[in-house]
Ligand binder design. Structure first.
Ligand code: ITT
Length: 193
């Protein structure tokens, strides 16, 4: 498939940076919802895939261009997968991830199982109605206190499997060796091959 232009259906600057970086080698003009002054649609589904499609369908309809959405989240095993699809909500309307990380750590208490994983689901919607979905997962563990000021969201408290450093201590090129988003992208990019 040949795509000349696509719109990232996200208002999250961290995702825009990572997805633009992943798309950079493919000679595609990458725009985002912000370039079109679009509001964020309400995420009313209770699955990553459901919410990813809400975002991608909305942006494809509003712009008439192919739209790529990422719905993602941190799933903590000892919290039965929470915060999961509600990962952004735990930071409140002020998007305070310092507070969200404290909430996660407090809820885990003294539980020795610190394992967690990130999920990223990409929904790709074309103006002609074709729809595709891709998924990536990154396993790791949660540290306290958080470390590093890189990345976004829960990155400072997440250490991917096989690493000693948190995502917050890595730059974007190091994070993409492990990240859920890079893994979802590795599936997505096959449509160009
Ligand atoms: P859009 O819906 O506009 O894309 P959002 O931030 O609300 O932006 P989500 O609904 O998918 O996105 O929420 C996912 C949250 O999970 C996100 O806000 C982060 O806090 C967290 N998250 C996802 N990927 C992450 C990553 O790579 N590193 C750290 N936190 C991540």
């Amino acid at each position: 498939m040949r795509i000349e232009k696509l719109v990232l259906a996200t208002h999250n600057a961290g995702k825009v940076a990572e997805m633009s970086d992943l798309l950079a080698p493919y000679g595609i003009e990458v725009l985002s919802a912000k370039d079109f002054d679009l509001d964020a649609p309400e995420e009313t589904e209770n699955t990553f895939e459901g919410n990813a499609f809400i975002k991608a369908r909305f942006v494809a309809k509003e712009t008439g261009l192919p739209a790529l959405a990422d719905d993602s989240g941190l799933c903590v095993n000892t919290l039965k997968g929470e915060p999961g699809v509600y990962s952004a909500d735990w930071a409140g309307p002020e998007k305070d991830f310092g507070k969200a990380m404290i909430l996660v750590n407090d809820k885990m208490g003294q539980c020795p199982d610190r394992s967690a994983y990130f999920i990223s689901v990409f929904a790709f919607v074309l103006p002609d109605g074709r729809e595709m979905v891709f998924e990536g997962r990154c396993d790791g563990s949660l540290i306290w206190p958080p470390r590093g000021a890189g990345g976004f969201g829960y990155d400072p408290m997440f250490v991917p499997k096989g690493e000693g450093r948190s995502f917050g201590e890595m730059d974007m090129s190091e994070k993409k060796k492990y990240s859920h988003r890079a893994k979802a992208f590795a599936e997505f990019r096959k449509i160009f091959e």
